[in-house]
Write a protein that binds this ligand. Structure first.
Ligand code: SF4
Length: 457
């Protein structure tokens, strides 16, 4: 069976899609991936491939694109089943009104295999799939298979067609799924509400090394970014083993995302020994009470953040932070207070991303159907642009805060902020100016990413 996955943009390159593809190949399928942004004639290409199933990556924020894509597929290929997977079918399910035949809920590997077998007629049982044609209610359950049992990810699904992705020296890897916290704005809490539980699972250090070496031996790889929600630094024996294997066998610089609570001097030392260059932690807001009580980022106090940044700095590891712009109850002055807080605690690079209400989370449900008006959107995007530099430089913070109402000045400050961010990212990931420029011109920047919903796409 030939399965073709359609994605909107290159910035959404997803390690989970590589896992999904390898599982489908193991089941005897042929897999393809087309990124709409780079295809001159998407439907002609699909026609030439002669595919049996079309799957659309469907992320919150892209609802209209997914509906349009599904309806065009249905028009061009009325007999081909369309599968939707990602955060929209997971959290909005039937209400999403996507026009697909099958909605995959949660992690895609097992549900997708059940769809393939269902279509082949070898099995009638759909697992975590809503069949939109017979209206049956899906039996949604946690699917907590061992991540070590996955075949090696199929990176070729991206790289045989898109050389600019293959040749970019930085590549993302995913070693774990799940998180110990359940923040009130995060997809993890929505998954817990949906499935009853979400266990934290991670691959063995040996498997991590094998995966990275597999890519290093086949493609260009100069810098590894582990984009897990929670890189397992909290498990000391895991980290010790990882650190020792990495420094012997891989010896590449890398970065991780983790919780500040788990960073201390010993963890920073092990990360340093392995070659970690920077660690990404969630700060979200300057307001400790809001972070802990409203956002339920329990235990991430200001002093925990200060301690984590300090431990990393002592070992020469940089800290990058993620902050939410547009939280309910916050306004422009709060966003800039968050920028100032990052500066005060010594974060090296602070990113701001707009608040996206996810259905099934406490905050998402409170704000169901909420849309920013165009004025508010303009402010959020402006703050996203200036936030990183405002977090480093007080004068820029004060001036950019004043400039937001003036169209010429705000345009100028936005551009300065964007250039600063790109140069900073170029330095953090150690890519050349030309490579960084070419890549971001082609795929877009972090601002274009719709989601961090790793487990569902
Ligand atoms: S925001 Fe981060 S820490 Fe909180 S639940 Fe999500 S992944 Fe975990």
């Amino acid at each position: 069976m030939k399965v073709c996955i359609i994605q909107r943009k290159g910035i959404e390159e997803s390690p989970v899609i590589c896992d999904l593809s390898s599982v489908l190949i193991q089941e005897g399928c042929e897999t393809f991936l087309l990124i709409q942004a780079y295809e001159k004639d998407l439907f002609q290409t699909i026609k030439k491939m002669g595919v049996d199933v079309l799957a659309v990556q469907s992320e919150i924020g892209d609802e209209q694109w997914v509906r349009d894509m599904t309806s065009e597929i249905k028009y061009n290929f009325p007999r081909t089943p369309v599968v939707s997977f990602g955060s929209i079918p997971t959290f909005m399910q039937k209400k999403s009104n996507l026009g697909a035949d099958f909605l995959v809920v949660g992690e895609p590997e097992i549900p997708f295999v059940s769809i393939v077998n269902y279509l082949k007629g070898t099995n009638n049982e759909l697992i975590n799939v809503i069949d939109m044609n017979n209206g049956e209610h899906a039996n949604i359950q946690p699917l907590e298979f061992d991540l070590n049992s996955l075949p090696m990810p199929d990176r070729d699904i991206y790289y045989r067609r898109y050389k600019f992705l293959r040749d970019f020296p930085v590549k993302r890897f995913l070693m774990s799924r799940g998180c110990v916290l359940s923040c009130s704005f995060c997809y993890i809490s929505a998954l817990r509400n949906l499935l009853g539980k979400v266990k934290v699972r991670f691959k063995a250090p040996e498997r991590v090394i094998q995966e990275v070496l597999d890519v290093k031996n086949k493609y260009r790889l100069d810098f590894v970014h582990f984009s897990d929600d929670l890189f397992p630094v909290w498990n000391k024996s895991w980290l010790e083993k990882f650190s020792s294997l990495w420094s012997k066998e891989v010896r590449l610089p890398f970065s991780i995302v983790t919780l500040s609570n788990f960073i201390n001097d010993r963890v920073a030392e092990l990360l340093k020994e392995a070659g970690c260059k920077f660690v990404i932690v969630g700060v979200e807001t300057y307001d400790e009470k809001r972070r802990i009580v409203d956002l339920e980022k329990t235990s991430v106090t200001n002093s925990v953040l200060i301690g984590a940044v300090d431990s990393l700095r002592k070992k020469g590891i940089r800290t990058l932070s993620i902050n939410i712009i547009g939280l309910p109850g916050e306004d422009l002055s709060d966003y800039f207070k968050t920028a100032e807080f990052n500066r005060t605690i010594g974060v090296d690079f602070a990113l701001g991303s707009p608040f996206v209400p996810i259905p099934g989370t406490i905050l998402g449900d409170k704000l169901a159907g909420h849309q920013y008006d165009s004025e508010k959107k303009k402010i959020l995007y402006y703050v996203m642009d200036v936030f990183p530099l405002a977090s480093k430089n007080k004068t820029f913070q004060v001036l950019s805060m004043r400039a937001h109402k003036n169209p010429i000045l705000s345009f100028l400050f936005s551009k300065i902020g964007q250039v600063y961010s790109l140069l900073k990212l170029k330095t953090l990931y150690n890519v050349s100016f030309l490579e960084g420029f070419k890549y971001f011109m082609k795929v877009g920047t972090f601002k274009d990413r719709r989601t961090n919903l790793h487990q569902v796409a």
